[in-house]
Design a protein around this ligand. Sequence first.
Ligand SMILES: *Cc1c(COP(=O)(O)O)cnc(C)c1O
Length: 532
Amino acid sequence: MPLVAYFSMEYAIDNNMKTYAGGLGILAGDYMKGAKDHNFPIVGIGIKWKQGYTDQLVDDRGKPYDTYHNYTYDFLKDTSAEVSVTIRNVEVRCKVWKLDTFGTAPLYLLDTDIPENTEPWITGQLYGWFGEERIAQEMVLGIAGVRALRKLGIEVDVYHFNEGHALFAGFELIHEKMSVGASFEEAWRESKEEIVFTTHTPVVQGNETHPIDRIMYMGANLGLNSKQLRLLGGTPFNMTVGGLRLSRKSNAVAQLHGKTANKMWRHISNRSEIIAITNAIHLPTWVDPKMISAAENGKPLMPLHQKNKQKLIAFINKRNGVQLREDRLIIGFSRRVALYKRSNLIFTKPEVIEPLLKNQKIQLVFSGKAHPLDDKGKEIVANLVAMSKIYPKSVVFLENYDMEIGTLLTRGSDVWLNNPRRPMEASGTSGMKAAMNGVLNLSILDGWWPEVCDHGVNGWQFGNGFESDSDKKSDAHDLNALYKVLLEEVLPSYYDTPQKWEEMMRNSIVSTRHQFDIKRMLEEYFEKLYQK
Ligand SMILES: *Cc1c(COP(=O)(O)O)cnc(C)c1O
């Protein structure tokens, strides 16, 4: 099997290791753990973020604010390897740490926080900045990343870029070949043979771009001229387009996302084929093994689930001082707070939702961070907090969403709600965690869900896959659909037919536990992406 070097800006490996922000990091962490469990030849390249992503808290007025802390990790090993990269004409040295605990395949983390550096902050905050600062971080990941592999003597067959952040690794591969005499075209062609690329975001604006001048000014071009840069990434330089043109093959992260990505990038000439390989999760990290074994052996599920629900309720009580009821439905909703995810959709019509919250037929638990520079996202967080003050017994917002909250919520909720504007959710792995824990998905047919949803059997869909160019139309349509399924199917099933509910839990677990196990995804990566 080929040896794969996986490049990712973030990795969610352990809750005490603040090297992740959200779904992209969760995927990378699960992938590295799956590689270890199933002996796939993979090494990871990432960054040792000194302050991680924001710790986002809520103040007395109910507004979110960002805090940062310095983290040190005594479980990282010093490889004593050091590499350097020239950023804005200044040599930046990068220390290379190795992580091989927490059940992960070898993960090498670059770190610029050393006394010799005049700019040690480059590996300071994950997604902390845009523009030049972001390029500096990406130069460390990509360029210093390849140099670290060389320094460590790791002979790589395939370079896998998880999202466009790693693109400059491709420039380094081209640069290496041109330094020993290859022409640009030859070096590009040969490098492409070694690279595969995963694209994630189906939102056009979410794909990072930079003016070509900025890339040259930073020194990220490694000697390529502006015409050559334009051939790779267009102008302004689009990191995703660059990834598509610098790779032999690309993949989207769910079957529907494959269609969306192909449509979105259809006008890009000279790009690699985009196939679809649906994301998956690392079961030992996220799933209660007792639930799986009970589901497979025909044992009762409810008593086990109630234990997980009690744990969630106790956690909420400790954090927020709110006592939720164990005999009433809990709907969980936690994700990155971005507009298209519509976290507060369910509150749109108070005349529908208010009576259900007042008599505690429904208890809603939210969590999620907005990007520190996303004011609109922060307004949504503030709105969710405001709702928790209006309905203090039945609406909860847990601040500072992280792996611990993710685990508790995807085990202890009864229903997992997901209502993005279709088709903007690329995959959505939290729903897989929920499904395997017997937490029933109530979701728009977006991301991974259309692949397995059997309405009323292993969960529910709403919206029937409706799409519209008008956000207003899409929101109104999906809101009505959500209320209808919630009132006519979810609530009666929960309160009136507990046996049917338990059967659905069983179906949910059994229908997802293999198909969305990280082992399946790794096998597909090797068969369809890595093997030539
Ligand atoms: C699972 C998980 C995610 C990814 O979930 P989505 O469904 O993509 O939103 C993000 N953050 C945390 C902490 C998680 O546990």
